[in-house]
Ligand binder design. Sequence first.
Ligand SMILES: C[S@@+](CC[C@H](N)C(=O)[O-])C[C@H]1O[C@@H](n2cnc3c(N)ncnc32)[C@H](O)[C@@H]1O
Length: 206
Amino acid sequence: MKKDRLIKKFDKQAKMYENNQHHHRIAGWRKDLIKNAYGKVLEVGVGAGANFPYYNRANVEITGVDFSSEMIKSAKRAADRFQVKAEFMTKDLEELSFADNSFDCIVSTLSLCTYTDPIAVLRKFNRWCREGGRVLLMEHGLSSNPLLSLAQKIIDPVYKQISGCHCNRNFPELMKKSHLQVEHMERYWSDIFVLIQAKPLKEQIN
Ligand SMILES: C[S@@+](CC[C@H](N)C(=O)[O-])C[C@H]1O[C@@H](n2cnc3c(N)ncnc32)[C@H](O)[C@@H]1O
């Protein structure tokens, strides 16, 4: 799908993301993950700011990136509501660059399913996150259940057309290729949902 169509698709979904942030289990995972964020935080695919209630607002300065201007409008409202210090960039993350070691922490929740090249994006995280910093991920991908994963692989093209994201990303495999070092990984719902805390490995060639 062309990028401009994808952006329009997410523009249309912004209100839905703004209004549907109350799934108990997912909200709990966001809370567990986001409490580990600190300092200069880059949140990619920030969407409607669903993580903003969970940041320690005394301790973070967020740069939120999203290519959907409607999502950014919703995220700005969330930042005001939860009084988190945040600036926003309406940009395609895959085209964006920051200086190496720009951030203490990089957060992605439910965004790595959308990028054309998730390994390239994870390698950017490795460069942009300073040594000793944290990369915090909450993503959905391929189940470890053979029947479910087969179904996910079959429906992926249709799923992508409808939702704008892939349902067949293999996170354990992606992390091996990412240059990041996984410190902690938890998986839920037949391993479809994954929470990852990782750190950059600076000796890797990016
Ligand atoms: C499934 S939503 C998740 C939103 C939010 N992170 C959350 O947890 O609810 C994916 C978000 O990533 C954004 N996105 C997808 N591809 C992008 C890209 N290449 N550059 C910037 N933002 C992107 C979409 O506009 C959308 O807001």
